[in-house]
Design a protein. Structure first.
Length: 645
């Protein structure tokens, strides 16, 4: 779920000053108009107050890195599944030889003593007054709805180090990261508009290749319901296969051990523990009710048992650097994405789970572009190492406040980061059972930051050119980037009927795309299990497979639509004053890819069969017949076999 955020762009201006001006770049001035509602200066920090900042050094070889991702992820290519290890990926995209020296020398010459360089990052700790002087910044403590952060509206760096610096963090990112968690809306929260602008695609009955689900699944969603809906059959994974699944927990959320025990007992699943790791000041607080983390843990165990499940509890404290005198404790105020992926990138391939789900995000336009780009690049690196990273698409439909964040307050559809990153698999949501239809509050649309990647050009272009009425597309043009990365990629059940999850010792209704993402991650873990047991590599970055071969195993969702831009956040019930109202804003589910459900939902047995036929970049060739599947790998769809990458 997304709250009000601030987007204050990094000011790295193009003109340099003379030595008398300390060789600084000319600052771009940011006015209060760029600060979204809710954020205000709370106090000016004392000059001697300490702040820890991290510099992301510019990485060379970024084009080569994306080329490598394409190479190892293309199921029709000869190098599919030939993943790199940690050291090889780091060598592929790294700072220039003199970047670290120049940046650390700049800091030390300015009187900063606590400096630590570690590969692509330089971390330093200094006083507020020194940080202001060094970066030509104005750090203030800002406050918004119980959240306080020390940030600056802009900063600049000297000309001679500018080319070596991607970003400095935390500076201009005022994120209020929230979980994509639905909240049932009171009867008073109604749609404000009729919806005259809809795509002219005749509703057709979705092809139903999956087994019929129990009647009870039309009332509540349980682990058995999900296995029936997605045709897992009686597949039995082996916990010793090496397949591991995981999820990230932010915002001091952590899954409850006692609630998981209640869940497994209720649904007849043998007791299973989640392995927890704290990252960057995260705390495993078992006394706090954490509905999001419980939703992740219980869905993963429900689908993936007995595969090992891992949880990365990520805080937002300043990064720990061994040779700096960092204070213990304190309030976590850093946005979690960078420390989360930085931590994962320090692990070897053998240490990492191969399918990782995340259910937290925020409107893309509230995230500084350079920050979003760096996080997205790190996700690409995970894919090159054979790790599938999933992200909930979001639970605010086509958008909630629907205003731009550039000071002009133009009406626009709101896309959600990190789901807009082209190198992540964004998971949307459906509702209902047999047939599933698009869930009206599932987020989807088009990125303003990232161009459309190669793997989805045809699918998304077809959607825009053939599956939306010309007059509707013309009406929408001012509100979205028609050349942007389209999301979600595919979907799973989100809400209506609700998931049954234990929180605080009680069974409660839950759901949203934050339920769909861990379900997809667990299904991918089952595929990895089958692949590893047949001496094949894991699935890795899924999107090229989904878009090139998905017609073999995805069930197209062609009914339902999303909603939004009506002045209401339907996830929370919040009504926005002076919101960007766009009557009729919606994305319809259509034949093929659409911005409501992506490519559809999986038929797991068919997905398994398709993936297991891929040998040396060919399908059904080159390697003879697929190996005999593990026990339970044949399903009621009649496809048999297993799959994975």
């Amino acid at each position: 779920m997304i709250g009000s955020n601030v987007f204050l762009r990094l000011a790295l201006a193009a003109a340099s000053c003379n030595a008398a001006a300390n060789m600084r770049m000319v600052d771009t001035v940011h006015s209060d108009a760029l600060i979204q509602r809710g954020w205000a200066v709370q106090r000016t920090p004392a000059a001697e107050e300490q702040i820890t900042l991290q510099i992301g050094l510019t990485l060379q070889g970024q084009d080569a890195l994306i080329d490598k991702l394409k190479e190892v992820s293309d199921p029709k290519g000869p190098n599919y599944g030939k993943y790199l290890d940690k050291a090889e990926v780091e060598a592929l995209a790294k700072p220039s030889l003199d970047a670290t020296d120049k940046v650390t020398r700049w800091l030390k010459d300015a009187g900063v003593e606590a400096v630590h360089a570690d590969g692509a990052w330089v971390t330093f700790r200094t006083s507020i007054s020194k940080a202001n002087e060094l970066l030509n910044a104005d750090f203030q403590q800002y406050h918004n709805d119980g959240v306080s952060k020390i940030r600056t509206a802009s900063y600049s760096v000297p000309q001679d180090v500018m080319e070596h610096i991607d970003l400095i963090h935390p500076t201009t990112f005022f994120g209020k990261t929230q979980a994509f968690r639905p909240v049932h809306i009171a009867n008073g929260a109604v749609e404000l508009f009729n919806e005259p602008f809809v795509a002219a695609v005749d509703p057709i009955q979705p092809r139903q290749s999956r087994s019929r689900v129990d009647a009870s699944c039309k009332l509540n969603i349980t682990p058995n319901c999900l296995k029936q809906m997605y045709n897992v059959g009686d597949y039995k994974p082996d916990p010793a296969s090496g397949s591991k699944i995981a999820f990230g927990s932010f915002l001091n959320e952590t899954s409850s051990v006692s609630d998981l025990k209640l869940y497994t007992k209720k649904f007849g699943i043998p007791d299973q523990a989640v392995t927890k790791t704290t990252v960057d000041g995260g705390v495993d607080d078992q006394l706090r009710e954490s509905g999001e983390a419980n939703l992740d843990a219980q869905n993963m165990v429900g689908i993936g048992h007995p595969l090992p499940v891992y949880e990365y509890i990520t805080g937002g404290s300043p990064p720990f650097v061994p040779d700096l005198d960092l204070p213990a404790g304190g309030v976590n105020t850093n946005e979690p994405y960078l420390p989360y992926y930085q931590f994962l990138m320090t692990k070897s391939n053998a240490e990492l789970p191969q399918a990782i789900s995340n259910s937290y995000g925020e409107p893309e336009h509230t995230v500084p572009r350079n920050y979003a780009t760096r996080v997205c690049l790190m996700i690409a690196m995970m894919g090159i190492r054979g790790i599938s990273v999933f992200e909930s698409s979001g639970d605010t439909g086509i958008g909630s406040n629907c205003l731009s964040n550039d000071g002009q307050k133009k009406k626009e559809f709101n896309s959600q980061f990190p789901g807009t990153c082209p190198w992540i698999t964004a998971v949307g949501g459906t509702e209902s059972v047999e047939p599933e239809i698009a869930w009206r509050d599932s987020s989807g649309g088009f990125s303003d930051y990232f161009e459309r990647p190669w793997y989805q050009v045809d699918a998304v272009s077809t959607y825009l050119s053939k599956n939306i009425q010309p007059e509707t597309l013309e009406y929408y043009k001012p509100y979205f980037n028609q050349s942007g990365r389209g999301f979600p990629d595919f979907s799973a059940h989100s809400l209506l009927p609700n998931y049954q999850i234990y929180t605080g010792g009680r069974m409660r209704a839950s759901g949203g795309t934050s339920a769909a993402a861990p379900v997809i991650a667990a299904l991918t873990g089952l595929l990895n299990d089958a692949r590893l047991r047949s001496s094949k590599p894991t699935m890795g970055f899924l999107n090229p497979l989904l878009y090139s071969l998905g017609s073999e195993f995805l069930v197209d969702i062609t009914a339902g639509k999303t909603r939004g831009c009506s002045g209401i956040n339907f996830q929370t019930g919040t009504r926005f004053e002076n919101a960007g109202l766009i009557p009729g804003a919606s994305w319809n589910a259509t034949v093929g890819w659409d911005a409501a459900t992506g490519l559809g939902v999986p038929d797991w047995q068919k997905w398994l069969a398709t993936s297991m036929k891929i040998v040396g970049g060919t399908v059904g060739q080159g390697g003879g017949q697929a190996p005999a599947p593990p026990a339970g790998a044949s399903g009621q769809s009649g496809t048999g076999g297993k799959k994975g990458t």
